[in-house]
Design a protein around this ligand. Structure first.
Ligand code: MN
Length: 228
């Protein structure tokens, strides 16, 4: 099929050690999956089921990117997260089947216009403008064979530690999250999931350099540029 204008390039994530990149179809994110972060947001873990929101694949940014401080906010914040990338179809799956469908994992940043998210939350409106921000889905190189256990997950801003936790602090682990999500969507290769952030989220400013780390995975780095 011909197109009326050149299509945007296919968003993709680099794989550690080289080889073909992982093309991204959809980006799902989990809200409030670490108790200490749920508390700092003035909430709690939802007892019934996890909840999800999405980001546009066009808003993916690679590790090492510089993104401008985004418009419409005075409170742009960092959230470091484990990202899982699927490699097999998954629908109405058990946690065991879900775990087996993970193709690779990465360290990621779910960058957030917190003031817009908070205003939306208060007014019971959608989170899109707070969460689905241009350049806000930052993902480091994907690591194959990584098994989420109790690895440390940390974030520094200009070298100072801001966030710290362990993957075992997740209220719901990767397998359980994916099993839930597979009850809502026909998941498959190209779908990635941000699995929630530990406590310590906070604001960034132009000139800041962020580094997220998960033991056993490549770091994810981001520089905040001046606003456009
Ligand atoms: Mn998040």
């Amino acid at each position: 099929m011909s197109h009326a204008f050149p299509p945007r390039p296919q968003p993709a994530i680099a794989v550690a050690g080289g080889g073909p990149a992982y093309p991204v179809a959809r980006i799902f994110c989990v809200g409030r999956n670490y108790a200490a972060h749920a508390r700092e947001m003035g909430g709690a873990i939802d007892p019934e089921a996890p909840f999800f929101f999405t980001k546009s694949p066009a808003h993916l940014a690679p590790s090492g990117a510089t993104i401008p401080y985004p418009p419409g906010t005075a409170d742009f914040q960092h959230e470091v997260e484990l990202v899982v990338a699927l490699g097999a179809p998954l629908f109405r799956a058990t946690p065991a089947a879900a775990a087996a469908a993970v193709w690779a994992c990465a360290a990621g940043l779910d960058m957030t216009r917190r003031d817009l998210q908070a205003a939306a939350r208060e007014r019971r409106l959608p989170w899109d403008t707070g969460k689905d921000v241009e350049g806000s889905a930052v993902v480091g190189a994907l690591g194959r064979g990584f098994v989420p256990e109790g690895q440390a997950i940390t974030l520094t801003v200009n070298g100072a530690r801001r966030q710290e936790g362990r993957l075992s602090d997740m209220a719901r682990g990767v397998a359980e999250l994916l099993a839930h999500l597979s009850g809502l969507y026909h998941l498959g290769p190209g779908d990635i999931v941000f699995t929630g952030t530990p406590a310590g989220v906070g604001p960034v400013l132009p000139g800041d350099v962020l580094e997220g780390r998960i033991d056993g995975l490549a770091p994810v780095r981001l520089t905040i540029g001046p606003p456009d």
